[in-house]
Design a protein around this ligand. Structure first.
Ligand code: ADP
Length: 409
């Protein structure tokens, strides 16, 4: 009796036993009988023709039909299943055939089961990779949706808040006009000043929300004009002078190479970005500390650094602080003022600074050895801006031609 006849002889018993034993087969319960027949017949074909490729389709089908539970548990369920099929085969051979016949057929069939093991683990790994990739892409889509929802919320909320705020602003100024200048020191004036301050802070938050939603939707328009960084810093010094004095902070500005250069950028937006970074340096540096603006020229870029002697930023937070609402939970922030020590804001300052710098094709990142309110390791913010010596727009280039010629001399 040759091997094929022997295989035929034990086929039915193997199938019956298979059904009894393998009811816990990995995701294969329903049409197990049909699948076992297919496997056995393909095994016979492989033995007969000497071609292992016969077995591939059934192994692949099994790998593809692994359930979510199988794919989430440790690998090996398909290989285990093949092991059980092989063990069953050996048992049925021993029970049905005489010793010589059993040995001969087992010897013939062993390489094919080895092949099944190898191929099964290959297909199983592929199925797992596909599963993980699908999970990742679903998570990615969910995160993108969440981000869109956040961005839509910001856009709608800021728009809806603007109208009532303008009304409050109008009525508050009418009240202020009615009270001053006659009653300058009255309690009413104090109250009115409080209202005006509150309105101003609310307006700043709404403006920030509008900017974040413009940045999120790639709608930030730059008004490109000649910019000198040293002049922008001077404007900011004037603006922040009283805050620096109130907090006893020293601000040192180095006249670094590149700071006196005329480049083309949006002066207002750059001011806003640097203002946010400097305001943070003020907020997160204890009284008596030091803030320093320095920089250098790199190939094609001007790098500005804003360093402080403040509480520093944990390594794990140094990317996240640039995400909207990325204020860190490690410091006990309070929103009482824009310049008080740790007077936290809405967490929009850095995302806006990043959006503005990136809209200029620049880059911004933070560096700090860690967060420590006692040691105060400080932080350094690096801002890279491309050196554009001419505006991209032809008409603008014509308009500013005399200036560019002067700089080139
Ligand atoms: P916030 O309105 O909270 O200041 P920002 O977007 O401006 O929002 O900053 C995000 C977070 O980054 C802050 O809450 C703070 O934890 C951290 N941070 C920013 N600048 C500094 C700095 N110079 N030193 C220490 N931490 C900083």
């Amino acid at each position: 009796m040759d091997e094929i006849n022997l295989l035929d002889a034990i086929k039915q018993l193997w199938l019956n036993r298979g059904l009894q034993v393998l009811t816990k087969g990995a995701g294969l319960r329903e049409d197990l009988y049909e699948q076992l027949i297919t496997f056995y017949e393909l095994l016979e074909q492989a033995v007969e023709t000497g071609d292992s490729a016969w077995l591939d389709p059934v192994l692949e089908t099994w790998a593809n039909s692994l359930t979510q539970t199988d794919l989430e548990s440790p690998p090996g369920s398909l290989v285990e299943f093949i092991n059980e099929l092989q063990a069953l085969f050996l048992r049925v051979c021993r029970e049905t055939l005489d010793e010589t016949q059993a040995l001969s057929v087992i010897e013939q069939i062993a390489p094919w089961f080895n092949y099944c093991h190898q191929k099964a683990s290959q297909f199983e790994i592929q199925s797992r990779i596909n599963y993980v990739m699908t999970q990742m892409s679903q998570t990615q889509k969910a995160l993108e949706k969440l981000d869109r929802t956040k961005s839509d919320f910001i856009a709608i909320a800021s728009h809806e808040l603007k109208t009532p705020l303008t009304l409050i602003e109008g009525y508050a100024s009418m009240l202020t006009e009615k009270h001053t200048p006659k009653n300058t020191d009255t309690f009413d004036t104090v109250l009115l000043n409080g209202i005006q301050n509150g309105i101003q802070r609310l307006r700043n938050i709404i403006d920030d929300m509008v900017d974040v939603s413009l940045i999120d939707n790639n709608l930030l328009q730059l008004n490109i004009q000649p910019v000198w960084l040293n002049r922008s810093f001077k404007i900011l010094v004037l603006e922040l002078e009283s805050a620096l004095a109130a907090r006893k902070l020293e601000l040192e500005i180095t006249a670094f190479p590149g700071s006196e250069m005329m480049i083309f950028a949006d002066p207002e937006r750059l001011l806003q970005a640097f203002r946010n970074i400097l305001t943070n340096a003020i907020k997160y540096t204890p009284d008596g500390g030091k803030i320093r603006i320095d920089g250098r020229i790199l190939s094609g870029f001007i790098e500005t650094t804003v360093s402080d002697t403040g509480i520093g930023i944990a390594l794990s937070d140094q990317l996240e602080i640039f995400d909207k609402f990325g204020r860190r939970g490690n410091s006990t922030l309070h929103s009482s003022s824009k310049i008080n020590f740790k007077g936290g804001g809405a967490g929009l300052g850095l995302p806006i600074a990043k959006g503005i710098i990136e809209a200029h094709s620049g880059a911004i990142w933070a560096e700090s050895s860690g967060y420590d309110e006692t040691v105060c390791p400080g932080s350094v913010f690096h801002i890279l801006l491309p050196i554009h010596l001419e505006p991209a727009d032809k008409k603008m280039a014509q308009l500013f031609a005399p200036l560019t010629r002067k700089t080139a001399k």
